[in-house]
Design a protein around this ligand. Structure first.
Ligand SMILES: Cc1cc2nc3c(=O)[nH]c(=O)nc-3n(C[C@H](O)[C@H](O)[C@H](O)COP(=O)(O)O)c2cc1C
Length: 520
């Protein structure tokens, strides 16, 4: 069944035993976050939560329930995208890519929109009032204080919309962008837009501001789950996220014209904030905010959005998330991106076998990469290519290993890497752009990166000693011990030995294993 709304997704989660309802009064201020954080930190990511009695900042009861942690496990993330295993989407993309592709990186990347269009699921703009416009507040009727927008952490600058789809358009090319950028509520009709400088929405705004043109912006909350996820996916600026969502769900996303600005918004959204940024206005202070890193990101200046209308379904559910010390719900969204984008990375760096970003690395801080090494120096070639690639350019530490290492198991990856490294020979530093959220770099968004070549070294790389093999038992002995195991009185084979190194690549849910490991 293709999911069209967050409500349908919640029903599906409920039926699958993946949802817990909270009926007790819980405040939007800190309490909801603390409860959600404890659940997200439980084994496998805990359940999705539906808070049915939410207390607003003014003490009144929210007219609408709050859903959180909807995407916060391997299973729920897969359910959101209509697959049983996230790798199935990567496999679908690989299949599409196994056709004649143009030479050169530019040619290959320009193929991407065509590939997605090949799916024949471009978004459709429908006429009339959409479900997301059943209730409309305009002008002075707009009061964001009535929405159950949560204040997550004690030192946060205010309440934040944390799971939004921020919609804007490239003023030159007219291509739409949908980005998940947190939105801080400043007043009943004003919010601050935290699109970081490396993101597509920020590029649209820079261009509009240079032209001195008023920029329309819409902020949708809740929609079909594939669209919500796609807002967080690092697609090239030429790809409309609603097109990508259509590809993921194998059905077009239904859009409708916004009522007070020239943009299209999801027809099945729960809430939509319509508004504009005036380029003549000064930036406003945004933050601090308890961030993905587990540390507060400092207050900084961002554009202010004036909200001209709020539209909503008749009985909407307010969908949100929290970020903070990992693992959190965003780890599973990031993991979906990791799996889905592997074939696209391989397009331009074909020697990549697999890669993994462990939860503790907050995506950009640590990337393990396994490669099929065919010539000396190839690990450096791969690192340079990755640092030249979209948001991968923000990666702080890249660790490259050979293809026989299961990088989705960080314990195995570190074990092999730490054995293989001669630090002076195998570590290199370089400079480049750094994630906005990084608090350690010498300058805001600029700093150093480290690459570790933990592949087996070749004579051409100056290594002339013998390279040892891994310690593993021979198959015949293993079979004999298997046969006698039950009679040894040593309990079931589960949990005997480490096993990490024996796990077959891509075996029984390596992603799930990673999620569990993240908690140890
Ligand atoms: C829960 C969550 C919150 C996020 N918050 C922000 C944010 O406040 N600002 C930002 O620039 N990126 C944020 N991101 C990351 C972006 O959504 C991601 O980089 C996405 O690719 C941006 O879309 P774009 O490539 O169209 O710019 C967040 C991601 C998640 C999952």
């Amino acid at each position: 069944m293709t999911l069209d709304t967050i409500g349908e997704f919640i029903d599906q989660l409920d039926a699958a035993g993946e949802l817990a309802r909270v009926t007790q009064p819980v405040s939007v201020k800190l309490e909801l976050c603390e409860i959600a954080d404890r659940v997200m930190k439980s084994a496998g990511g805990g359940k999705a939560l539906l808070f049915e009695h939410v207390t607003l900042m003014n003490g009144a009861r929210s007219a609408w329930p709050v859903a959180i942690n909807l995407f916060g496990s391997m299973r729920r993330m897969a359910m959101a995208l209509g697959v049983s295993d996230l790798d199935a989407i990567g496999a679908r993309i690989t299949e599409m890519l196994e056709m004649q592709v143009p030479e050169g990186i530019i040619g290959k990347l320009s193929l991407l929109p065509r590939l997605l269009e090949m799916g024949k699921f471009p978004p459709r703009v429908r006429g009339g009032r959409a479900p997301s416009q059943q209730v409309v507040w305009r002008g002075d009727e707009v009061d964001l204080g009535r929405l159950p927008i949560i204040t997550c952490w004690p030192e946060d600058g205010g309440p934040y919309i944390t799971l939004p789809m921020v919609i804007s358009k490239d003023p030159r090319r007219g291509i739409r962008n949908v980005g998940m950028y947190r939105v801080q509520v400043l007043g009943p009709r004003t919010v601050a837009m935290h699109w970081q400088r490396h993101k597509v929405g920020a590029a649209h705004w820079r261009e509009m501001a240079e032209r001195g043109e008023t920029m329309p912006v819409c902020i949708a909350i809740g929609a079909d789950p594939a669209s919500v996820y796609s807002a967080s996916a690092p697609l090239p600026p030429t790809v409309d996220e609603f097109l990508f969502a259509g590809f993921l769900r194998r059905q077009p996303v239904s859009l409708v014209k916004a009522l007070t600005c020239d943009l299209e918004v999801p027809a099945e959204a729960e809430f939509v904030l319509e508004g504009y940024i005036d380029p003549r206005e000064p930036l406003v202070r945004e933050g601090p905010f308890g961030d993905h890193t587990g540390f507060y990101s400092l207050a900084d200046d961002y554009p202010q959005v004036h909200v001209t209308a709020v539209t909503m379904r008749e009985h909407p559910v307010y969908a949100t998330t929290i970020v903070g010390r990992p693992p959190m719900e965003d780890f599973y969204m990031g993991h979906a991106t990791e799996r889905i984008f592997l074939p696209l990375l391989k397009l331009t760096i074909p020697e990549i076998v697999d890669y993994h970003m462990p939860a503790e690395g907050i995506f950009h801080n640590l990337v393990f990469v396994s490669i099929d090494k065919q010539y000396p120096g190839q690990a450096w070639k791969v690192m340079n290519a990755l640092w030249g690639q979209g948001l991968m350019s923000l990666a702080k530490l890249l660790v490259v290993v050979d293809k026989d290492v299961n990088v989705r198991d960080p314990r195995e990856a570190w074990w092999v890497a730490l054995n293989n490294l001669d630090p002076e020979r195998d570590a290199r530093f370089t400079m480049g752009p750094i994630d906005v959220l990084d608090h350690s770099s010498r300058a805001f968004t600029y700093g150093s990166k480290m690459g570790l070549d933990a592949t087996r070294k070749w004579p051409e790389e100056g290594f002339t000693r013998a390279w040892p093999g891994r310690v593993v038992m021979d198959e015949a002995t293993k079979r004999r011990v298997d046969a006698m195991w039950a009679s040894l009185g040593l309990g079931s084979r589960e949990g005997q030995g480490d096993g990490a190194g024996d796990e077959a690549r891509g075996g029984a849910g390596p992603g799930a294993r990673t999620g569990e490991r993240a908690r140890t």
